[in-house]
Ligand binder design. Sequence first.
Ligand SMILES: Nc1nc2c(ncn2[C@@H]2O[C@H](COP(=O)(O)OP(=O)(O)OP(=O)(O)O)[C@@H](O)[C@H]2O)c(=O)[nH]1
Length: 472
Amino acid sequence: MATRTIPSRSQRLLLPLGLLALSLALTLLGILARPIESLSLFWPVNAILLGLLLRQPRLASPAGWLAIYAGMVGGDLLSASDWASALWLNACNLGLIVVARQLLLPLSRAQLRLRQPGAILLLFLACAAGAAVAASMASVMSVQFFDNTTLTTWLAWFSEQFSTCVLLLPVLLSVPPPRHWHRPRQLPRRPMPLVALGLALSAALLIGGPGALALPLPALLWCALRYRLFVIALLSLLTGGAAIVMVAANLAHFGPLQSGAGVDALMSARLGIAMLVLGPLLMACVTAANQRLLKRLEHRANHDYLTGALARSALTQQTSDLLERRRQHPEGTPLALLMIDIDHFKAINDQHGHHTGDRVLRRFAQQLQQQLRHGELFGRLGGEEFVVVLPGVSAAEALHVAERLRLLIERLEFPLSLGGSLRITISIGIACLDAGSEHPPLEQVLSRADGALYRAKAQGRNRVMAADTERA
Ligand SMILES: Nc1nc2c(ncn2[C@@H]2O[C@H](COP(=O)(O)OP(=O)(O)OP(=O)(O)O)[C@@H](O)[C@H]2O)c(=O)[nH]1
């Protein structure tokens, strides 16, 4: 049964306090990015809090909402806003978060982590809807607070809120959990798309004009083919942010910003940038989905569906590869192959049914697999016959390992669905290749192990036989 963590008393107090501090700090950050007498260049508080509430739904308690609103209003008041505008304009900000969150809430966890391409489109729609609501609320009071026409206010709010959400949210939703942060990523190993992106941004700066906004697109698409979604989201944010700053600071000759037409240029650039990043994000998402699918297919093709052990073809291939590597090694390392067969397995099927037989096979394989080290192979040849390949293991060590496996299985209880349990035994035939010894083909190694297994069965089962020495 799924368990729900109930927050402790101190958590119930600390979480809203944390939200209050965060929304206050982010509001002040947005205010710092506000050119005099103008709408802020970036207003990240809405997108960041939206992302946080989507990733941590338990934060969206009544106290949490209140804390967010109080933090926003507090931040605005600290910047010398009056009470009326602070209360109303932050209600607009809250409107965006509420609407976009409501629209995204029905998505599954995988969709919210942007693991399905359709989720990117839904994210864009939710951001657009949230930004439209915030813009509509703000434009109602446009004359009082902005000294602008309703339409100008609406467009300014919508373009800023939509572009900021579209640039920031994918980063927040796709950021890997902290336990994965230590892993080295592909980025440094394949730097060319990143270099291309840097060059494209420089070219955009040099060439200038509205068309320059689209210059980074091919490089971003290339990045999307090579890097993970989170990296693409981050690169899109940086590219989009850089483009917005270029337009706002008129670094790329987009025209004067102070005039009405200038303001329109920034709005238009924001909308264009928001649409521009949709392609790379979608492509990264589709590429990741395809890679996951390929991995699943590969796993299905290479593993036995019932036991999860390597399928016969994959086992043969991987063991042949090990033998080939051994052949190329000047000193030649030892290698042991254990052929394992469950004793009287037919009787289990006959007495307890095929279903119980399947469960026994599954648990047996699970137990065996847990005993193996990295680089050792475990595969199912067919029926109740399995193979373990131990590279670098000598004949004496292989006998020891086989005996340990035999004892483990002999002592194991297999519970029956109708109560009670059963026990099984196994017979093992071993073929060993000593260090620097001959290099027989796989068929010959298998045949030696099979011969030893046959003798183990003939001598009463539940025993280990080695092909070369015939030891038991
Ligand atoms: N439940 C189940 N049974 C299987 C599966 N594959 C093969 N078997 C059964 O495994 C049994 C193997 O029987 P035998 O080859 O006679 O071997 P055994 O009864 O283990 O006897 P020994 O090997 O001589 O000890 C057959 O009854 C097969 O039907 C499977 O995937 N699931």
